[in-house]
Design a protein around this ligand. Structure first.
Ligand code: AMP
Length: 344
């Protein structure tokens, strides 16, 4: 039975047509990337070289700079209020949302679910945000026949660039005989999906060196009436783990720090989801910076999709290894029992 979350049957066709015409008219900047497949320590990675990323504005980083040295008339621009008409796929979806194309596309048909009225990107997601996002992901998969991933970058250190709530969607790289990409949480979520119950500690891959991450399976059999509650409950389990992890990390840093400089108190994390699982990764920095090299990492980086702005950066990434980059912007993985006893 249709309800407010029902996605129109024509959704993906409209999205495709809009994407093609926006590229043609110049309203959308699509930079085709060169991608390469890698396996490092049993994890699949896909590296993309995207020269176009250089021109992308970063509203949150600019705002952070502005906050640090305020200017009297500093006013932050919101590109989603309203979104540009050539990029709009669904002007209204589930009452309070719209679906728009990403103006600076990383892969074709990269799209976003945005709130029609501005809401902060740093606030926790609401059950309706999750339900709307899940329905869109499912519709994109079904209507295109390709597997997509949804992601939410939350907080100043997460890689988010626009302070207006948005959840993004991309088609995952496809595997061929010789090139294989499977997001690493697939395996772990599949292994635990039957025994995992609500309220249980999220699952982590027990691996070092690795970064802190928390995974919950999603039960796609949940009926329409229950999906709100199901997603909301599992997301809140992740969120409480994220908060505990950030708090523990901050107190460890306080104990070992020799400086008196104030530290960032932001709550930043990435949320990544497929039809089968949701994963949260606490973040400590938006970019890996070393020796003049700056590699931005957002949510898709946590499932092995890494972006380089030049061949130089790509070579650097290969040389250092992806885990070095990821570990620098996240919290080291630990599996201590006491971490769970004091969850928020
Ligand atoms: P994030 O950087 O994670 O906050 O995601 C925001 C996304 O919005 C980025 O991928 C940008 O490329 C994209 N974006 C920036 N400006 C616009 C715009 N005017 N319309 C649509 N998408 C945009």
């Amino acid at each position: 039975m249709a309800n407010k979350y029902t996605v129109p049957e024509s959704f993906f066709n409209v999205l495709t047509t809009k994407f093609d015409s926006a590229v043609k008219s110049g309203d959308l900047v699509f930079t085709p990337s060169e991608i390469s497949y890698h396996k490092v320590d049993e994890i699949d990675y896909v590296y993309s070289v995207l020269p176009g990323l250089k021109s992308k504005p970063n509203q949150i980083a600019d705002k952070k700079k502005e906050d640090e040295s305020p200017t009297p008339n500093g006013k932050d621009f919101d590109p989603f209020d309203p979104p540009a008409e050539p990029l709009v796929v669904l002007p209204t979806y589930a009452e309070k949302y719209a679906v728009v194309l990403n103006k600076f596309a990383v892969v074709p048909k990269h799209f976003l679910l945005i709130t029609k009225k501005r809401e902060p990107q740093s606030a926790p997601l609401e059950p309706s945000d999750l339900t709307a996002a899940y329905h869109l992901l499912r519709a994109a998969n079904k209507q295109s026949g390709k597997r997509h991933i949804g992601f939410f970058n939350c907080g100043v250190d997460s890689g988010a660039s626009i302070d207006h709530r948005h959840i993004q969607f991309l088609q995952l790289p496809e595997s061929t005989e010789t090139k294989k990409y499977e997001p690493w949480p697939d395996h772990i979520a599949a292994k635990h999906r039957n025994e995992y119950t609500d309220g249980q500690k999220p699952i982590s891959l027990n691996k070092t060196p690795f970064f802190s991450h928390f995974i919950v399976p999603i039960s796609s059999e949940s009926c329409e009436q229950e999906i709100d509650e199901h997603l909301g409950f599992r997301y809140s389990t992740l969120l409480s783990r994220v908060l505990t992890c950030i708090r523990n990390n901050q107190s460890t840093n306080d104990m070992t720090s020799t400086t008196t400089a104030p530290r960032s108190s932001s709550i930043s994390y990435n949320l990544v989801f497929t039809e089968e699982w949701m994963m949260a990764v606490p973040r400590t920095a938006p970019d890996y910076i070393d020796d003049g090299v700056k590699i931005g990492v957002n949510a898709v980086g946590t499932v092995g999709l890494l972006l380089a702005k030049s061949e130089n950066e790509l070579n650097y990434l290969k040389e250092k290894g992806p885990m070095t980059i990821l570990q620098n912007v996240t919290i080291p993985f630990t599996d201590r029992k006491e971490d769970v006893d004091y969850d928020y």
